[in-house]
Design a protein around this ligand. Sequence first.
Ligand code: FCB
Length: 442
Amino acid sequence: MTHTFPHNFLWGAATASYQIEGAWDADGKGESIWDRFSHTPGKIEDNSTGDVACDHYRRWREDVALMRRLGLKAYRFSTSWPRVLPCGRGRLEPRGLDFYDHLVDALCAANIEPFLTLYHWDLPQALQDEGGWTNRDVCHAFADYAALMVKRLGDRVRYWTTFNEPAVAAFDGNLMGEHAPGIQDPRVAYQVAHNLMVAHGLAVQAVRAARPDVDAGIVLNLWTSDPASDSPADLAAAELAWQRGEALFLDAVFKGYYPSAVYDLLGGAMPEIRSGDMALITQELDYVGVNFYSRNLVGAEGNVNPVPGAEYTEMGWEVCAPALRRLLNRINRDYRLPPIYITENGAAFKDEVSADGKIHDPRRLDYLKNHFIQTRLAMQDGVDVRGYFVWSLLDNFEWGHGYSKRFGIVRVNYETQERVVKDSGEWYARVIAANAVEEGQP
Ligand code: FCB
């Protein structure tokens, strides 16, 4: 069976600045919290850093050529705040801004729609030294940075995402301490979560003030919480997990309040919410990005893990494509949403280079195929999905895991920086060309 997509469906791939650029201190770039974190011994699984990563800062021409060869219609990337404003505010680094300017020109020349994210976690260290996202001044600095970028690139970049996955930035970074800045403090984490929302609202206003004709959105990571059984206790546990995790951000952005489950959880430890904040947070958006990887199977006694008989990726995430269709239908039912883009979806598996020099990665190919199909089915259910970005274009620095997890549809040899398109990438190019996915054999 063939699943054909609407003719203007935006097929793309995604990356993030710190994960691919390298050149961590080149051309006047300031230090980011991820530079500081990865340079701290013991923080990254394989003791690696993003100092070089995919050397994209120097190889971007080659990478745009690769995107063109794959036939990508769009490219989602993030800009590094400290590359442009080394201290987060004040002195501008023109070489940093020129880098993104040239990249955007090259994308436009290749007919690839640039889909820009302003914050994919690399906060200028100078701002962290002022308290990071717990400091409201940082929210205003972010809005100023957003305005600066839109003024320079908004004539060519239509899609402006404020934040990538505020949940991960707040909680992995400030509650679990597994991401930069490596803090483990619930009070800090929830204040950061709220202030990221405030910064989102301020940045949307700043983007629109700078250029009313561009589109503004946010990218959220959403996992479904599926009940382990139909028992009332399991159903309640699953719903509570959804309310505390996903609904926390969805409600704030699309309804202008936090779920009561969050108040119940935090009690007197709620973050400081100033009057007017919730109205600021719930700005009209032009799109919402959904990053989807997996689901949780939740029971009253805790999560079911591993799920018997299920397939897992190298991240330890269950492969469960039907959960994506359920997720899209649920958010479509619960919220008045703007058009949706799947802004990340993909899988880390152990890749091997075969004797023929190729990377046969049937599991990644199947993963993508099944998620494309479930998305198409959700669209037929009535969900307005406009595009899809595979995570990731390139193997890259996977945060706390370093280079040990490969998500790319293109392999990167980190010794030579050679890029080789994997089977999944060649297959994806055929999907894009046909604008359709074949169920069954590739
Ligand atoms: C998401 C991140 C992205 C990448 C994938 C695997 O949470 O946005 O940078 O790490 O997970």
